[in-house]
Design a protein around this ligand. Structure first.
Ligand code: N0T
Length: 560
């Protein structure tokens, strides 16, 4: 009994994922957390000096977690000789600055290329073969079809995991691992090495066929159409089953990379069972596979990745080209929690973070090259992040039951209606207020938005920046408008004859006390100030300006 319960307890202390309703939560130190994060630039964690310089600033910027590369070439400079000094410094500095770490395994591939493979590996191209282009050109991309490549990469990654387990399993500073970085084939949609060609012309593996059959109804539409076009065949090589085009080459590439990653993931979990994810570069500009990194966990390939790499917990988008809401919706699936490991740094990352957590129960959000944030950018992000951190116990408590919504507004998408039972909430961009001069003087509308969290029928938290919120009852009927009247000047409603401007509605909803609050570590609300009068347009709406982030506690009441 004792030994078993101790063992279970030790396991529970290890960072892990757990389901709560429709949400998946990351549990660290036995509490659900949100990764309020940032990722270091690729070469900004390559010396102790760098880490020591950046970490205190990142803590001030409000981060609770930093995504930090773990470079294979520096960890295994000579074959079989491992140097973990940088990892140790990183973990040590994280603890000193009250930060958690996600390490990014820059192993065999980083943005398709094998630049982080150690020199001894790169030089021994006979033992560690390259991928070949269609024309037969060897590329600086290790072939995923080589057992030697896999063995070398897997061995190094296993040593990293052993090391982390040995120095960190009690403290849990390292909370997740990213496997490789933006995997994908470039210059063409697949590898044309001899081994690759053989596999391409062989039967499509049973495991994949079985997965397709068992999940037929849930497959990404492009995949089921592609398979369907060939008649949903279950035997044949890649082209026989999926057709002869670049997208079949890409499926094949995805399968190969995902299978490879699964082997690293299984090993990693057998050593130290923390969550794992793989990140993907998007196809931003409608390019062809191979023009963008082909075969990574792109939205249209998620099924292939799920089939081949079940030990990976999350497939995660790196977002650099705007359309934030569209991209994230492709990655928040019932079988894939949303984690945004990289996003372009802008003045409005804070608003996007609120949206991702509020709308999609995101595991985390992390702008790229975070150490290079401007002074103004850092200050604004710190405001957003400090509020988000306060919200963690509350958001995670209410997650998974549809009570939390995210808002993300710009000039073209400036309003959203949300309903909870018979309450309709209309939220709008702040510049929709007619009296704000910036609304009409040609100013760019900064993204605004945040979170609306229902605590009870008559109690809400509204948090974020740059928005206005109004409440209304669904059955609340307006005065009869002139347009509703017949030629005779009367309107018939519910059997009664009505005239213009006559009220016909039922109960209305009013705004009770509105408090700007902070939230303590246990989730208690502590009032900062009462908002009323001009600040609520004399009780007509709730608002948060574009230059600030705030958490408002709102109580409603009904009247008739
Ligand atoms: C990212 C980063 C780093 C329309 C780029 C994004 C990071 C890698 N790649 O700075 O290299 O290690 O994961 C590629 C997205 C291209 C931008 C498309 C703009």
């Amino acid at each position: 009994g004792m030994a078993l319960s101790f063992c279970l307890q030790a396991q529970e202390n290890i960072p892990h994922l757990q389901k709560k309703g429709t949400a998946t939560q990351l549990v660290v130190e036995q509490k659900p957390v949100l990764i309020i994060g940032g990722e270091l630039g690729n070469s900004s964690a390559s010396s102790a000096h760098d880490i020591e310089t950046h970490f205190p600033k990142l803590q001030q910027m409000g981060l609770n977690t930093v995504l930090v590369p773990a470079y294979w070439d520096m960890i295994e400079p000579e074959e079989g000789k491992f140097d973990f000094s940088l990892l140790d410094t990183t973990i040590d500095q994280a603890r000193k600055n009250d930060l958690k770490i996600v390490f990014l395994w820059f192993g065999a591939w980083k943005n398709s290329m094998s630049c982080y493979a150690p020199l001894w590996f790169k030089k021994d191209y006979k033992k560690y073969p390259r991928a070949y282009s269609k024309a037969g050109k060897p590329m600086e991309i290790a072939s995923s079809f080589s057992q030697n490549v896999l063995n070398a990469d897997q061995k190094a990654f296993a040593e990293v995991m052993k090391h982390i387990a040995s120095v960190d399993s009690k403290q849990g500073t390292v909370i997740m691992m990213q496997v490789e970085n933006e995997i994908g084939m470039l210059e063409g949609a697949r590898d044309y090495s001899k081994e690759a060609n053989t596999a391409f012309n062989a039967q499509v593996p049973e495991t994949l066929i079985k997965f397709l059959i068992n999940n037929k109804k849930e497959l990404h539409s492009s995949l089921s159409e592609k398979w369907g076009k060939q008649g949903f065949k279950t035997k044949g090589n890649w082209q026989e089953i999926f057709g002869n085009d670049l997208y079949t080459d890409e499926l094949f590439t995805a399968w190969s990379y995902a299978q490879y990653v699964e082997k690293l993931a299984k090993t990693s979990k057998s050593i130290y069972h923390i969550p794992l994810y793989v990140n993907a570069a998007m196809n931003s500009r409608n390019r062809q596979p191979g023009e963008y990194p082909a075969g990574g966990p792109l939205a249209h390939l998620i099924d292939i990745w799920h089939a081949a790499a079940p030990s990976i917990d999350m497939l995660s988008p790196d977002l650099y080209d705007g359309n934030f809401a569209d991209w994230v919706s492709k990655y928040r699936l019932h079988n894939n929690p949303l984690f945004v490991p990289e996003v372009k740094m802008t003045a409005n990352n804070g608003v996007q973070a609120f949206y991702a957590f509020g709308e999609h129960d995101a595991i985390g959000y992390s702008p790229f090259s975070i150490e290079n944030n401007s002074e103004a950018g850092s200050k604004r992000l710190a405001e957003a992040y400090s509020k988000l951190k306060q919200l963690i116990p509350v958001l995670t408590k209410y997650q998974g039951q549809g009570w939390s919504k995210g808002l993300l507004f710009d000039q073209t998408n400036s309003e959203r209606k949300i309903s909870f039972d018979d309450l309709t909430i209309t939220a709008r961009h702040f510049f929709s207020l007619p009296w704000d001069p910036r609304a009409k003087d040609g100013s760019v509308w900064p993204e605004g938005g945040g979170i609306i969290l229902r605590l009870a029928k008559d109690e809400y938290l509204i948090a974020g920046s740059g928005m206005v919120v109004e409440f209304e009852k669904l059955n609340e009927k307006k005065e009869i408008q002139a347009k509703d009247l017949g030629e005779d000047g009367f309107a018939a409603q519910g059997g009664k004859i009505q005239t213009q401007n006559q009220w016909t509605g039922g109960k209305r909803v009013g705004i009770g006390p509105v408090d700007e609050i902070r939230i303590d570590e246990n989730g208690n609300f502590i009032p900062i100030r009462r908002l009323n009068g001009d600040q609520t347009h004399q009780g007509r709406h709730i608002r948060i300006g574009v230059d600030e982030f705030a958490i408002l506690h709102v109580r409603l009441y009904e009247y008739q």
